[in-house]
Write a protein that binds this ligand. Structure first.
Ligand code: SF4
Length: 314
């Protein structure tokens, strides 16, 4: 993340090149808390590159995180960012989006935060088709709290709370997202940095609930306990075992212990967002007097405020 110098010999002038990711990072907070070989930082690099290529107005982009190692992303990104409570980034993001529909709102979260305590919020935000992007860094365990079994831990994997191996059925996140109603669903690993940046860009451009799962290593807890080596060994595993299947049936994308990993863009479809549905229903019910939300600038100017209409002399 630092300035890089290029040049082939001492007599050549060195050209200082700023890492393009730097300008969207809060460098004063570096070094990050992430362990060597952790996958979260790679996802941030891809995300920042996707943001740059998406040409979004960055003053209109907000990043919301919950709790956990991935939850720290909000603190490191130089955008309007919010580090919220455990499992609640989606409700927080929903409020931001409904309060200011012009914002591009991104939830940046981990598997424990999103699918355990936050699982209920996830399925309902997808069902309602809230217009937000959710990025889930899935390292198959609870990282920050010590490597316990999480909702995506594969059966037989060793964890702090499963010394003889996990035995619960894990969530298959793309299948959950699709069946709940997400309009965009993709999965890549941190080995697939270009595809990942493209998926982020596509998800950001999508109108509705878009979801990108990133399979990433937690060398300190998951890899170590399961004797799987370090972060580089995880990348070798992703390279060897990933199978690209764009459009795959998400029900076939489950991940078992050290199994093949189906990656790709699985879902890209259109559905009305929750605000589209609300405006349509209320326009049908109320008729011409209904002013769709969000109000246009003209509507805001023309319509008297509620206090002026209703309160009169009271
Ligand atoms: Fe990454 Fe695991 Fe370390 Fe957390 S504990 S920073 S997930 S390697």
């Amino acid at each position: 993340m630092s300035t890089i110098a290029f040049g082939s010999g001492p007599e050549e002038s060195l050209e200082e090149v700023e890492n393009p990711v730097n300008k969207l990072l809060r460098k004063e907070r570096m070094p990050s808390i992430w362990c060597p070989g952790c996958g979260v930082g790679t996802t941030v690099n891809c995300f920042v590159r996707a943001l740059e290529e998406s040409h979004l107005d960055l003053d209109n982009v907000a990043v919301v995180s919950g709790i956990g190692c991935t939850g720290r992303v909000a603190g490191y990104i130089r955008l309007d960012s919010f580090h919220t409570t455990h499992g609640r980034p989606i409700p927080f993001a929903t409020g931001l989006k409904l309060g200011n529909p012009d914002l591009k709102v991104v939830v940046y979260t981990g598997d424990g935060d999103l699918m355990a305590i936050g699982g209920n919020h996830f399925i309902h935000a997808a069902r309602r088709n809230i217009d937000i992007t959710v990025i889930c860094v899935n390292n198959l365990t609870y990282g920050m709290t010590g490597g316990q079994v999480g909702p995506t831990t594969p059966r037989s994997a060793i964890a702090a709370t499963a010394p003889y191996g996990a035995y619960e059925e894990p969530f298959n996140l793309p299948a959950v997202a699709e069946s709940a109603g997400a309009v965009y669903v993709a999965r890549w690993t941190v080995y697939h940095v270009r595809q990942l940046a493209t998926a982020f860009k596509e998800a950001l451009a999508k109108r509705g609930f878009s979801f990108v799962e990133v399979i990433a290593p937690c060398p300190t807890l998951y890899q170590r306990r399961n004797r799987l080596g370090d972060g580089l060994d995880a990348l070798k595993y992703y390279k060897a075992k990933s199978i690209v299947k764009n459009g795959a049936d998400t029900r076939t994308a489950e991940i078992s212990f050290q199994s093949d990993i189906v990656v790709g863009k699985f879902v890209d479809r259109e559905r009305p967002t929750v605000l589209d549905s609300m405006n349509k229903r209320l326009a049908e019910s109320i008729g011409a007097g209904y002013v769709p939300y969000p109000l246009s600038e003209d509507d805001t100017m023309e319509r008297p405020r509620m206090e002026e209409e209703d309160c009169g002399d009271h």
